[in-house]
Design a protein around this ligand. Structure first.
Ligand SMILES: NC(=O)c1ccc[n+]([C@@H]2O[C@H](COP(=O)([O-])OP(=O)(O)OC[C@H]3O[C@@H](n4cnc5c(N)ncnc54)[C@H](O)[C@@H]3O)[C@@H](O)[C@H]2O)c1
Ligand SMILES: C[N+](C)(C)CCCC=O
Length: 518
């Protein structure tokens, strides 16, 4: 397998450039030494001498690169670059912006495999899933390119021939702050609507997965975006906080945990800046006895084990009607045990490595806690060491199904963010609805039933932003995605998102004389 990229076999450690080299890519063979910050049109090294942090390859535990966190100076430079790109970009017509975005989408398509491989190397998810994430990123950019030329205001007739009109205008410099579970996709889901509306963006990826956002920056630049339109600054909470407080930042769009989301909202409130918050979930999946059980089992697996279970919208509280519980559990366990765990770059792998050692330890400790609280482990929940020696220090675990769960258990109440499904039984619709909604979170929910009336009745009562009937965890970019309650504010994807990246200006036009009271 030959690749052109910023990824290199670890030995010899030559200083790579983007255009250099064609090498083989396999787990454990990649070192990244190119700078991962990007502003004003090119990659940048951090100028401030601050401590670098190791970034690991989840599949092997090998050090992939060193993160150079950006400080005040670099954040300033990136925001300044975005501000100067905002001028010409915001003056372009929607069609002109769309042309550049479509070119970016083509570039993503042509580099699909390379981007997916780098996502795998940095995140640990299987190559099969990473390709779908890259596709989702591309589709999102195509979708908002299509909407860019439709952004328009309204004309309102007033007395005496006077009138008013509204203009939909961009906000300015938007900041995007992302989580580590969908690094490339999140960068695209934030930048595509922002840019389509005429904004510029400074994006900060998670320090755990800094590698692929900078590829998106290069792609936008190559597609013809003005220098500084999409910038990447690396770092953790300090860098994020500098961005949120920056006086020239007009909006913050955040994806991550609830506690960080609360801090982001607090920081943004100092400058009365709008926020989009895509936060955590603990979503219910309800399986009625009249379900097509084959589809319900498939849905439960999709609701729990994508991306090693590290998915915000996962339906981790699986409520199964008592009459079909035994049959459902038997099938779910059989299929969970058959999931091929291992080298995420292999086509045959269905579950790769969790993102980091601390995340793996945290998920395993949730399983231990569940046992202590009386849950039964039907399968998995243990560290997994693949037979390939190069993977022995990777962050793998066996996907876990817990039964005999009750609503008060930690595994049922807290977001685990790992491959752990909690199965609960219920008897009546009314009972399950009350239990499903008994949480402070409300990102997603699902229902499996053949009764169409019941499906809509139940969905109407579920307090969640994304509800699935007879499927789970599909997120076409044409439809809005986001949470109720503490799962967030605002939406990503769909037409409505232009409202979160633009503002309305009302213009009154007097056609007669000023009717003065004085
Ligand atoms: N709703 C969604 O669309 C969605 C999608 C993916 C992940 N998530 C959620 O994200 C969480 C997992 O991701 P995570 O561990 O990366 O979340 P996190 O909250 O720890 O970090 C998210 C981002 O915020 C940054 N950050 C941390 N502290 C900050 C601060 N004080 N100021 C500014 N930035 C700060 C981090 O560096 C990172 O880039 C889960 O709760 C998951 O449900 C939600
Ligand atoms: C594409 N998925 C799997 C629905 C992920 C949505 C983003 C949340 O983590």
């Amino acid at each position: 397998m030959l690749r052109r990229f910023l990824a290199f076999p670890s030995r010899p450690k030559t200083a790579p450039t983007v255009s250099a080299a064609v090498r083989c890519l396999s787990s454990g063979s990649v070192d990244i030494t190119v700078p991962l910050n990007f502003w004003a049109g090119r990659r940048r090294t951090s100028q401030e001498s601050r401590e670098k942090e190791n970034v690991y390859e989840p599949a092997t535990g090998h050090v992939l690169c060193q993160l150079e966190p950006c400080g005040r100076e670099e954040v300033d430079q990136a925001v300044k670059a975005a501000k100067s790109a905002f001028g010409p970009w915001s003056k372009m017509s929607g069609m002109e912006r769309a042309r550049i975005m479509i070119e970016a989408a083509h570039l993503i398509e042509s580099r699909r495999e390379e981007i997916a491989e780098m996502e795998v190397v940095n995140n640990g998810k299987s190559i099969t899933e990473a390709r779908l994430d890259v596709d989702s990123a591309r589709l999102c950019i195509e979708y908002y390119a299509g909407l860019a030329s439709t952004l328009a205001g309204q004309h309102v007739q007033l007395p005496g021939g006077s009138f008013a009109y509204t203009r939909r205008e961009p906000l300015g410099v938007c900041v995007g702050i992302g989580a580590w579970n969908y690094p490339f996709q999140i960068a695209a889901w934030k930048s595509a609507p922002a840019l389509a509306c005429g904004n510029a963006m400074v994006y900060k990826p998670s320090p755990v997965t800094p590698v692929t956002a900078v590829l998106l920056a290069e792609i936008y630049a190559k597609a013809g975006a003005p220098e500084g339109l999409f910038n990447v600054v690396q770092g953790g909470q300090e860098t994020g906080s500098l961005l949120c407080h920056h006086p020239d930042v007009d909006k913050v769009s955040f994806t991550g945990s609830v506690p960080t989301g609360q801090k982001i909202m607090e920081m943004a409130s100092k400058g009365v800046k709008p926020v989009t918050l895509e936060l955590g979930g603990k979503s219910p999946l309800i399986i009625f006895k009249d379900s097509d059980l084959e589809n319900a089992v498939r849905g439960a697996l999709m609701a729990n084990f994508l991306s090693q279970g590290q998915v915000c919208s996962n339906g981790t509280r699986v409520y199964v009607q008592k009459d079909v519980l035994a049959e459902f559990v038997e099938e779910v366990v059989k299929r969970t045990q058959a999931i091929a765990i291992g080298d995420p770059l292999l086509e045959s792998t269905r579950m790769g490595a969790l993102v980091s050692r601390p995340q793996l330890d945290k998920v395993l400790s949730f399983v231990e806690q569940a046992k202590k609280e009386g849950a039964t482990v039907l399968c998995g929940g243990e560290r997994f060491v693949p037979s390939d020696p190069k993977l022995k220090s990777g962050y793998y675990m066996t996907p876990c199904v817990l039964s005999d769960c009750t609503d008060d258990m930690t595994c049922v109440r807290d977001e685990i963010f790992g491959p752990v499904m909690s199965v609960l039984s219920f008897e009546t619709e009314q009972e399950v609805l009350q239990r499903a909604n008994n949480t402070t979170l409300g990102l997603a929910a699902g229902v499996f039933t053949r009764d169409v009336t019941r499906a809509h009745r139940v969905v109407e009562q579920l307090k969640a932003g994304s509800c699935f009937i007879n499927n789970y965890n599909i997120t076409p970019v044409e439809v809005p995605f986001g949470g109720f309650k503490m799962s967030g504010i605002g939406r990503e994807n769909g037409q409505v998102t232009v409202e979160f990246y633009s503002q309305l200006k009302t213009v009154f036009v007097e056609m007669g004389d000023v009717d003065s009271l004085f």
